[in-house]
Design a protein around this ligand. Structure first.
Ligand SMILES: [Zn+2]
Ligand SMILES: [Zn+2]
Length: 388
């Protein structure tokens, strides 16, 4: 059988860094680990193949030889075992354990069941809120796909109540003694047991539903209370609603991240709301009360006469309540003076009358504004603006 390309096996590019190679291998090895796939010969082959590829690519010297000559470059090389592409399962397990610890210990079960290590993953979901929902707070129903405790084995990973038995290989100690001979004599090295991943225990009567993990894929719909005043990027932790833990270890948390939908008319600035409010030229000039929309209905704003375009007004306390309490923000209203683009006959007559009055009030100023502008810009003094 022709050996597959090492890079292809690990699913990395030829330029992959050591870190990328390690990460890719770890992921593959966890997926195909014999402990997770008992009796699955195909998985075992994949595990061995990935390990062999990793052993070549993790070693700079072997890697450069492989890059130049392919698998042929490694045949009969020093440090046999992974020289070629042949590897047996115990070698593969040892190699895996050397870099990553035992399979079980990756999940932190070694004697600290329920400890931080075996804890389920935290999960992140996001909810989109309207500004109205942010203003009042809201209860959201959220569907979450998560690992839940296996019902068959109640999370033990085993169908028997005892769950585990002592590992025969290490006699329950979790450690094996390896004797090395060298020029200086022989010495004893103590290493974690590959058979049980250093836990000293082996699962008995492995649960067929969860494969010994103690948890299975599931989903759940949760009602999550979201307080008023939250903002994009905030999250609500829901304790214990992340993935279930490995073999009965404590579950992770669900983190509900807030996203904000843009509002049709209000823009949020912290706890203040900003509103661009169209006001007619006549209303701006005369002043008076105008209705303005607020988040919870309609408010009133008293404009002074002679209100200018872009002028800002505040309705105090009509903004959002801060999420941590305290006084609410304001509704900031920016006046957008509007000029009609179509006039009825009556309006036209009124505007003409207004114009006549303006010119009558200051006859000497006729064209005065344009002259001032031209002077400021240094243009020819006699050019009429209408010529352009
Ligand atoms: Zn053992
Ligand atoms: Zn189970």
């Amino acid at each position: 059988l022709e050996a597959r390309d090492c890079y292809e096996v690990l699913g990395v590019t030829r330029g992959a860094s050591e870190e990328e190679i390690k990460r890719a291998y770890r992921q593959l090895a966890l997926k195909h680990h014999p402990d997770r796939n008992p009796g699955d010969a195909a998985a075992e082959e994949r595990f061995k193949e990935a390990t062999a590829a990793y052993e070549i690519l993790r070693d700079p010297e072997k890697r450069s030889r492989y890059d130049r000559y392919g698998h042929a470059g490694l045949k009969g090389a020093a440090g046999a075992g992974f020289g070629g592409f042949e590897v047996d399962l115990s070698e593969a397990l040892r190699a895996f354990m050397r870099d990553f610890g035992g399979f079980d210990s990756l999940f932190g079960t070694g004697g600290e069941r329920g400890g931080r290590g075996g804890r389920g993953d935290d999960l992140r979901v996001s909810v989109k809120l309207t500004l109205e929902e942010v203003a009042k707070g809201v209860e959201k129903k959220i569907k979450v796909h998560r690992q839940v405790v296996c019902e068959t084995c109640e999370g033990r990973g085993s169908r028997s109540k005892a769950g585990t038995r002592a590992c025969a290989t290490c006699r329950g100690s979790g450690q094996v003694r390896q004797i090395h001979r060298s020029f200086f004599g022989q010495f004893v090295n103590v290493a974690p047991c590959a058979e049980c991943g250093g836990t000293g225990e082996l699962l008995q009567d492995r649960c067929p539903t969860c494969g010994g993990d103690g948890r299975v894929d599931g989903s759940e719909t949760l009602a999550v209370q979201i307080p008023r005043g939250v903002r994009e990027g905030n999250y609500i932790p829901v304790r214990g609603r992340g993935d279930a833990g490995f073999r009965g270890a404590s579950p992770g948390d669900l983190l509900v991240f807030i996203e904000e939908k843009p509002h049709r008319i209000f823009r949020r600035e912290g706890n203040h709301l900003v509103l661009a409010c169209p006001v007619s030229a006549a209303r701006a000039a005369l002043g008076g009360e105008i209705p303005v929309p607020t988040l919870d209905g309609v408010g009133a704003l008293d404009l002074p006469s002679g209100t200018q375009p872009g002028q800002l007004f505040r309705l105090r306390g009509k903004g959002l309540h801060p999420v941590n309490g305290g006084s609410p923000g304001d509704l900031v209203i920016r006046v957008d003076v509007t000029v009609p683009n179509k006039l009825s006959a009556k309006e036209k007559a009124a505007y003409q009358e207004l114009l006549r009055l303006e010119e009558e009030a200051a006859p000497g100023r006729k064209g005065g504004l344009f002259r001032k502008m031209k002077d400021a810009l240094g243009g020819p003094p006699d050019e009429s603006p209408d010529d352009r």
